[in-house]
Structure formats: C-alpha cells, structure tokens
Design a protein. Structure first.
Length: 227
C-alpha cells in the first residue's frame, strides 16, 4: 500500500464513521502533521476522494466533505431498486453451489457481528456486506449490469446505510440476506428479486429518515455501506 493509498483509506474511513462530518474540511496540513507525511501523497489521496465523490475541492478553502440531500437519496435508491432486483433474478438461475456457499459464509459472519457490541462491528459488517453484494453480482453474470451499478453503489450515499439502522432494522437486513439465500437455492428468480427490492426499500427508509433529521438541523447528509 502506498502512502497515498493509506491516506485515502484513513480519510474515507473517517468520513464513514462521522469523524469528518458532511460540510467539514479535510486539512492537508493537519493530516500531514498527524501522519508525518509530505503533502504530495495527501494531495494525491484528496484528488482520488474528489474523483470518487467523497469530498469536493473548494477553491481557496480546500477539500470539503460532500453533503447529500433527501432528493439525492431518493434518486440513488430509485435507480438501485430498478437494477438490483434484476441482479438477484439473474443470479437465481445461474449461481453455482460454491458461490452460494460463499454467500452463506458471509451471511453467518455478518450475523455474528450483529451480536458484537464492539465499536468496529458496523464497519466490519459493511465490508462483508459489500463482498456479499459483489459475489451476488458475479453470480448474475452480467458485466454490463455490473458496470451500470458500479456507478451508482460506489457513490457515498449508497455506502453507509448500516450506520443509520436501528437494531431491529439491522436484524431485518440480515433476515433479507437469509431469505435471499433461500430464494437463490430454490432457483426462484421472482422470489429473489422480491427480497432484494424489500432489502433496498428498507435501506432507503433508513437513509431518508437520517437525511430528514440532518436537514432539519441545517447540516448536509453525511457522505454515506451499501444495504
């Protein structure tokens, strides 16, 4: 991992966990002093963060953490609800046993972490959840659909749903993972698509609730794991 990669990961993680809230500035000098790095890798990392939609370059001010509105949340999830059920539908007729076993293993690990009170549990769930969805996409076998979705789910607003879930909502998300596995195992595309749609609508509701709360306080929506 290069110094720029390290800086990128650190800043991105701090945005995700709220240490750098929406609207705040990421200061080159402060990061450099903290990590004992020159400004070159920090600037490279910030350029990547701008490109990936995590921060915005504000002339004469620096890198500002991007804010998202309720309208942004609505738009992103509207597109996801159109596309991701089709991923699940395709996967149901194409998934191999070893791929299903891998999804099962990921579901078990996420369920175990749901019972973990550790401060990093949600971040670990998010990483495993990304892997779950990536493997589901691979099982669907559609590079074109994958490219379309990558432009949507990689934006920050798609990547922090679990941080806004109640305990009951988190448990419900895990139940969706389980039911999706049953649908895939049965080879039932309609069932799989229906579960995925419910899964996404639950994530959307959590995001919108958070967005409304933040907008009422006058701040932007924090740049946001994928459901």
């Amino acid at each position: 991992m290069t110094a720029a990669d390290r800086v990128y990961q650190i800043i991105r993680q701090r945005i995700l966990n709220g240490q750098y809230p929406a609207g705040s500035y990421v200061r080159e000098a402060a990061i450099g002093q903290e990590l004992e790095l020159s400004r070159t890798p920090i600037r490279e990392a910030l350029r990547r963060l701008v490109s990936d939609g995590w921060v915005e370059a504000i002339p004469h001010h620096g890198a500002q953490v991007v804010s998202w509105t309720q309208r942004d949340v609505e738009e992103v999830f509207e597109l996801r609800v159109l596309l991701e059920p089709q991923v699940a539908r395709r996967a149901a007729s194409r998934i191999e046993r070893n791929q299903l076993d891998q999804l099962e293993s990921l579901a078990v690990r996420m369920e175990d972490l749901c019972r973990d009170e550790g401060e990093n549990a949600l971040e670990e769930i998010a990483v495993l959840n990304d892997d779950y969805h990536a493997r589901l996409m691979a099982a669907a076998g559609s590079p074109r659909l994958q490219r379309l979705l990558e432009t949507i789910v990689q934006v920050p607003v798609s990547r922090r749903s679990f941080h806004h879930y109640t305990r009951d909502e988190l448990a419900g998300s895990m139940q969706h993972h389980r039911e999706l596995l049953r649908a895939l195992d049965a080879g039932d595309g309609d069932w799989a698509a229906s579960v995925m749609r419910s899964h996404l609508l639950a994530a959307r509701a959590a995001q919108l609730r958070f967005a409304a709360c933040v907008e009422e306080t006058g701040a932007g929506v924090a740049s946001t794991p994928r459901a």
